[in-house]
Design a protein around this ligand. Structure first.
Ligand SMILES: CC(C)(COP(=O)(O)OP(=O)(O)OC[C@H]1O[C@@H](n2cnc3c(N)ncnc32)[C@H](O)[C@@H]1OP(=O)(O)O)[C@@H](O)C(=O)NCCC(=O)NCCS
Length: 161
């Protein structure tokens, strides 16, 4: 079953749209498969009904292939998380999700978007740099790493016109 879903997600054409609370289980599954500390269904369900949380999903045959969500506070927003299923990475889906999300945030009156990224997360850093984010700070020793010193979190920002 897992192999079937993986093949399906790798092949079909993704559809991007705004997310709703109904996406919580799919987001939680992808988040848990992606990050060391996964967020549960109920954490996502709570986030997705917050009025100031903006979220988009990419689906293939109704399965979640990627998501992005951020929280707006006045004219600023912080990207809380973005992930794409492993079988679809490196094919532009992260960029499509980020572009759509940034356009929506701009439409909501957001003038600056911030986020944190691990200094060693090359794909994410490339994605953000191509999207016009630049470093405005860093949190030293923020992300734990097995058997070695923790890595820094880079604080990135992009101002929207
Ligand atoms: C970060 C992530 C969302 C990017 O999604 P994606 O669909 O692979 O992104 P894209 O295909 O649009 O690629 C974005 C850029 O990263 C580059 N990239 C992709 N895989 C890469 C890799 N393994 N190493 C270096 N760069 C890579 C691409 O070449 C592209 O740059 P380009 O436009 O200059 O060619 C995805 O890798 C992911 O889910 N990672 C795990 C979760 C994560 O780290 N989230 C970010 C937390 S801050």
């Amino acid at each position: 079953m897992i192999a079937f879903v993986t093949r399906l997600l790798a092949r079909g054409e993704p559809i991007l749209s705004e997310a709703s609370a109904r996406d919580a289980p799919g987001f939680a599954t992808l988040h848990a498969a992606t990050f060391r500390r996964g967020w549960s269904d109920s954490e996502f369900a709570r986030l997705l009904v917050e009025q100031n949380v903006v979220a988009h999903r990419a689906t293939v045959a109704r399965a979640v292939a990627g998501f992005i969500l951020s929280r707006q506070a006045g004219d600023e927003a912080e990207i809380l998380s973005i992930a794409v299923v492993t079988s679809r990475r490196g094919r532009g889906l992260g960029r499509q999700l980020l572009d759509l999300h940034m356009r929506r945030l701009a439409g909501l009156g957001v003038r600056a978007v911030t986020l944190e990224v691990d200094e060693y997360n090359a794909p994410a850093r490339r994605l953000y740099s191509r999207a016009g984010f630049h470093e405005v700070g860093r949190r030293e020793g923020y992300y734990p790493r097995a058997g070695t010193s923790p890595s820094h979190a880079l604080v990135l920002r992009r101002d929207l016109a």
